[in-house]
Design a binder for this molecule. Structure first.
Ligand code: NDP
Length: 826
C-alpha cells in the first residue's frame, strides 16, 4: 500500500496501547484485599471473586469478596475517623483533596488502561474523558472544602456515608461520590460494582500515598447481596448514595424508609435526542455517535430515543447509516477504536433479548455490514426505525448501543414525545434556532438538557434526575447539600432526647405550656391587640346560637363537600369539641391531585406575579389577624399573645417567600468549554404535604409558601389535631387572586390521606411533618414512582425560629435544578 492508496481508502492501522504496566500492577497486588482503615485486609469470608476482561472473556484479577462482618469493620473505621475528620478545618481537607487530584493525574495512564481492561470501554474514552473528569472532580471539590465554612455556614457533615456505584464509569462514579462527601467532612465506605473494582483499588492506593487519615475512605469489593445490602441496612450509616438501576434504587428507598438515613439516587434513563428540521444534520450525526455509541450505550443518560422532525427524518437516517458503517469496534486498548466491549455476558444477553423483542414488536432493525470480534462480549451499533412510542424498546432502558428513532411534526409534539417516559435524566435538543431550543429545553422533564451537544459533564454542573431517574444532584453547589445537614438539627434532636418527657417536643411545650389557657389583659395590652376572653362570642347574647361553620375541602379554588359525606370533630386541649372538618378520602385526594395538575400554568407564570400574590395573601391574613389568633388559642390552649406572635410570624414568612420568589433563580456555570451552563431552579411539580401539629398556622404557611413561591402546586393535609387554621385560610386565598388549584386542602385522617398521596403516581414529591411511623410510611410508599420525599421522622422543629422554619432548605426542597448546556461559537 502506498500513500495514495491510503488517501483513497483512509484505512486505519492498529494503534494499541500497551497493557503491560497495568497487568504488572495487577500481578503485584493479587489477590486484592479490602481497604479498611488505610490497611489492606483479607476478607473475613476468605473468598475471592474473579474479574474478567470483557474484551476477551479471560480472567484479569482476583478481588476480595467482603461480607457483613467486613462491612461492620469498615463502618466502625469510618465512624472513628469521622470524629476528627468532621472537625478538620476545610483548608486541611482541601489540601488532601488537591493531593488526590494531583496523584490521579500522575497515575492517569495506568488508571485509564486499568479501566479499559476491566470494563471494556475504549482507551480513547478512559484517557480523554473518564480520568480527566475524575481529577477535575477532586480539584473542584477541594475548592468547596476550602470554602465550606464561608459558603455553607450553619451546615455540618452528615457522618458516615455508604456509597454504591455501578460498572459503567467505575472511577468517575467513585469520584462523583467520594469527592463531595469527603470535602464536606464525611467519611465513606464505598462498594464498587462486582465487575469493575480495579480502579477503585488503585484509588485506595492513592489514598494511602497522599496520607489521607485512616478510615476516611474505605473500599469494600464484593457482591451486592453481601456488601451492598449490609451497607444499606447498617444502623451506623447516616447516608446512602447510590447510582445504578431504578429497580435497585427502589429497593434501597424501601430498605431505608423511616431510618432517617439521607438518600440520593441516580438511576436509569431513556433520554430523548430531539432534532428539529433546521438542525445542522452533520453535527447531529456526530452528536448521535456521542449520545448512544459512547461507552457502548452503557450510559444512564445515553440519548437512546432519537426524535426527528418528520421532514428531515429520511435524510438524517441515511446519513446515520453511512456513519455507522464507518464506526470501528474492537480491542478497547486500540486508540483508533470507537466502540469497545459490553461489560459482561449477562449484560450482553439482556441487550440481545431486548433487540429481539424490538424486532418481534414490528420495528425495523439496521446494523452495519461488518462483523463484531468473536472473542469477548461485543454488540454492534444498532438503529431501529418504524418504532411506535409504546413499544418495549421505546420505553425500557436497554443500556447498550441501541438507538430507537421516532418522528414528530411540531415542537409541542416533540415535547410530548420527549416526556413520554417514566424517566427524566437528560435530553439533547438540536436546532440552529436558539429561540426554539431555549423554549423547548425547560419543557422537557430532565435534569440536564444539552443544546446542540450531548453527554457533557463537569464537576461544576450538577447531574441528576427527575421522576424515576432518581433524586439528588451530583456536582455543583447543589450536590454538596446531599452531604451536609443543618447544624441546628443535631442540637435540637439531642435536646429533645434529653428532655425529661421523652414524648414532648419543643413544639408541644409551646403548645401546652404551663400558662393559663387564656391570658389576662396584661398580655393583650402589652401586644396592642384587641382584648378577647373565653366565652366572649356567646357572652354578648345568650339568645343567638353561634352560626355553624363546618369547613369543607378546598379543591380547585372551591370549597367542596367531602366525598364521604362524613365529618370529624376537632377538639381543644380539654377535649371539648370546637368544630368539625370534612373527612377526606381517596376520591377527594384524587380530585385534589387533578386540580393541582390543572394549575400547572402557575409555574409558567412570572416570578413577579407569584411574589405579588404571596404579598397579597400576607396582607389579607393581617386583616384577619385577630380571628386567626383566636383560632390558634381555641385549638391549642396557648396564650393569646403567643398566638398573635404566630400569626405575625406567618405574615413575615409570607413576605420572605414573596421576596424569594423572584430571587432564587439558579446560577450560570462556566465549565471548561466554549459556552455556558444555565442551572435553573425549576419547580418540582405537584407536592403533597402534611403540615405539622405544632404551630397550626405557622407550620402550614411555612411549608405552603415556599412551595408555591417556587411554582409548585400543592395538596395539603393540614394538622389533624388543629386543622382549623388551615381551613380558615380558604377565604384568605379566595381574596388574594391565588389561581384555582394552586393550593388544595383535604382534611381528615392525616396518615391515611398521606398514604394515598404518597401512592399516587401523579404526585411528584411528598413532604411529611408528623410522626416517625408516618414518615416511614411516606418514604416506603413514595418508592412507587420514586417521589422525592422530605420527612421529619417524628422530630419537631421550632417553626418560630427562622433558622429552623424558613430559608434555603425550604427553597431547595421546593425545586430541582435543571442544567441547560449552551455551547457557542461557530
Ligand atoms: P445494579 O443497579 O444492580 O447495580 C449497581 C450497583 O448496586 C452495583 O454496585 C451493585 O453491586 C449494587 N447493588 C445491586 N443490588 C443491590 C442491592 N440490593 N443493595 C445494594 N446494592 C446493590 O445494576 P446492574 O449492574 O445489575 O445493571 C442492571 C441495569 O441497571 C442495567 O442494564 C442498566 O439498565 C441499569 N444501570 C444503570 C446505571 C446508571 O448509571 N443509571 C448504571 C448501571 C446499570 P454488584 O455489582 O455487586 O451487583
Amino acid at each position: 500500500m502506498n500513500v495514495m492508496d491510503i488517501f483513497e481508502t483512509m484505512e486505519y492501522g492498529p494503534a494499541p496501547e500497551s497493557a503491560t504496566p497495568a497487568l504488572q500492577w495487577i500481578k503485584e497486588h493479587q489477590p486484592f484485599g479490602l481497604f479498611i482503615n488505610n490497611q489492606w485486609v483479607a476478607p473475613t469470608s476468605g473468598q475471592y471473586l474473579e474479574s474478567i476482561n470483557p474484551a476477551n472473556g479471560k480472567p484479569l484479577a482476583q478481588v476480595a469478596a467482603a461480607n457483613s462482618a467486613d462491612v461492620d469493620a469498615a463502618v466502625a473505621a469510618a465512624r472513628a475517623a469521622f470524629e476528627s475528620w468532621g472537625k478538620t478545618p476545610g483548608h486541611v481537607r482541601a489540601r488532601y483533596m488537591y493531593a488526590i487530584a494531583r496523584h490521579i493525574q500522575k497515575h492517569s495512564r495506568l488508571l485509564a488502561v486499568l479501566e479499559s481492561l476491566d470494563n471494556g470501554k475504549t482507551i480513547r474514552e478512559t484517557r480523554d474523558l473518564d480520568i480527566p473528569l475524575v481529577a477535575r472532580h477532586f480539584y473542584y471539590h477541594a475548592g468547596w472544602a476550602q470554602l465550606m465554612s464561608s459558603e455553607l455556614p450553619g451546615y455540618e457533615p452528615v457522618g458516615v456515608v455508604g456509597q454504591i456505584i455501578p460498572w459503567n464509569f467505575p472511577l468517575l462514579m467513585l469520584a462523583w461520590k467520594i469527592a463531595p462527601a469527603v470535602a464536606m467532612g464525611n467519611t465513606v465506605v464505598l462498594k464498587p460494582a462486582r465487575y469493575t473494582s480495579l480502579t477503585a483499588l488503585k484509588f485506595a492506593e492513592i489514598v494511602q500515598e497522599v496520607g489521607l487519615p485512616a478510615g476516611v475512605v474505605n473500599i469494600l469489593t464484593g457482591e451486592a447481596s453481601q456488601v451492598g445490602e449490609a451497607l444499606v441496612r447498617h444502623p451506623d450509616v447516616n447516608k446512602i448514595a447510590f447510582t445504578g438501576s431504578t429497580d435497585v434504587g427502589r429497593s434501597i428507598r424501601r430498605a431505608t424508609a423511616g431510618s432517617g438515613k439521607k438518600l440520593s439516587l441516580e438511576l436509569g434513563g431513556k433520554s430523548p435526542f430531539v432534532v428539529f428540521d433546521d438542525a445542522d444534520l452533520d453535527s447531529v450525526v456526530e452528536g448521535v455517535v456521542d449520545a448512544i455509541w459512547f461507552n457502548q450505550g452503557q450510559v444512564c443518560c445515553a440519548g437512546s430515543r432519537l426524535l426527528v422532525q418528520e421532514d428531515v427524518a429520511d435524510s438524517l437516517i441515511s446519513k446515520l447509516r453511512v456513519r455507522m458503517e464507518k464506526l470501528r469496534l474492537g480491542d478497547p486498548l486500540d486508540k483508533a477504536v470507537d466502540m469497545g466491549a459490553i461489560v459482561s455476558p449477562g449484560q450482553l444477553k439482556e441487550i440481545q433479548r431486548l433487540v429481539a423483542q424490538g424486532v418481534e414488536e414490528g420495528a425495523d432493525m439496521w446494523q452495519p455490514s461488518w462483523a463484531c470480534p468473536t472473542e469477548g462480549y461485543f454488540f454492534p451499533p444498532t438503529l431501529f426505525t418504524n418504532v411506535s412510542p409504546a413499544t418495549t424498546i421505546a420505553q425500557v432502558e436497554i443500556f447498550g448501543p441501541v438507538l430507537v428513532s421516532m418522528t414528530f411534526r411540531t415542537p409541542a409534539e416533540a415535547v410530548a414525545l420527549a416526556n413520554n417516559t417514566r424517566y427524566g435524566l437528560a435530553a439533547s435538543v438540536w436546532s440552529e434556532n436558539i429561540n426554539l431550543a431555549l423554549d423547548v429545553a425547560p419543557k422537557i422533564k430532565a435534569g440536564s438538557v444539552w443544546i446542540n451537544c450531548t453527554n457533557m459533564f463537569d464537576a461544576s454542573s450538577g447531574f441528576g434526575g427527575y421522576r424515576e431517574s432518581g433524586f439528588g444532584r451530583e456536582g455543583g453547589k447543589e450536590g454538596l447539600y446531599e452531604y451536609v445537614r443543618p447544624a441546628w438539627e443535631a442540637q435540637e434532636r439531642s435536646k429533645q432526647a434529653s428532655s425529661t418527657n421523652g414524648a414532648a417536643t419543643p413544639g408541644d411545650k409551646a403548645l401546652h405550656g404551663t400558662q393559663p389557657v387564656l391570658s389576662g389583659d396584661d398580655d393583650e395590652q402589652a401586644n396592642g391587640h384587641n382584648v378577647w376572653r373565653a366565652g366572649d362570642e356567646s357572652g354578648f347574647t345568650a339568645a343567638l346560637p353561634p352560626i355553624d361553620r363546618t369547613p369543607k375541602m378546598f379543591i380547585k379554588g372551591k370549597q367542596v363537600r367531602p366525598d364521604s359525606g362524613y365529618s370529624c370533630d376537632v377538639v381543644d386541649p380539654q377535649q371539648r369539641v370546637i368544630g368539625q372538618v370534612g373527612e377526606g378520602n381517596r376520591k377527594d385526594v384524587r380530585n385534589a391531585v387533578e386540580a393541582a395538575h390543572a394549575a400547572s400554568g402557575w409555574a409558567a407564570g412570572t416570578t413577579h406575579n407569584r411574589a405579588q400574590i404571596l404579598y397579597y395573601i400576607a396582607e389579607n391574613l393581617e386583616v384577619r389577624e385577630n380571628e386567626f389568633a383566636r383560632r390558634i388559642v381555641q385549638q391549642t390552649g396557648r396564650r393569646l399573645a403567643d398566638a398573635h406572635e404566630e400569626v405575625q410570624a406567618a405574615i413575615s414568612r409570607l413576605f420572605s417567600y414573596a421576596a424569594w420568589a423572584d430571587k432564587y433563580e439558579g446560577a450560570i456555570h462556566r465549565p471548561p468549554l466554549r459556552g455556558v451552563v444555565l442551572a435553573m431552579n425549576e419547580a418540582i411539580g405537584v407536592i403533597g404535604m402534611a403540615t405539622p401539629d405544632e404551630y397550626p398556622l405557622l407550620g402550614f404557611v411555612s411549608l405552603v409558601a415556599p412551595a408555591i413561591a417556587m411554582g409548585n402546586t400543592v395538596i395539603v393535609i393540614p394538622s389533624q389535631r388543629s386543622p382549623l387554621s388551615a381551613t380558615d385560610c380558604y377565604q384568605v386565598f379566595e381574596t388574594s387572586d391565588l389561581p384555582d388549584g394552586v393550593v388544595n386542602i383535604v382534611t381528615g385522617e392525616r396518615d391515611a390521606l398521606c398514604q394515598v398521596l404518597a401512592d399516587h403516581e401523579d404526585v411528584d414529591a411528598m413532604w411529611y411533618f408528623g410522626s416517625a411511623d408516618g414518615s416511614k410510611q411516606v418514604e416506603l410508599a413514595s418508592a412507587g414512582n420514586m417521589k422525592r420525599t422530605w420527612v421529619n421522622y417524628g422530630h419537631a422543629r421550632n417553626w418560630l425560629d427562622s433558622e429552623q422554619g424558613e430559608g434555603e432548605e425550604f427553597l431547595r426542597e421546593s425545586t430541582q435544578v435543571k442544567n441547560i448546556w449552551v455551547p457557542y461559537g461557530e
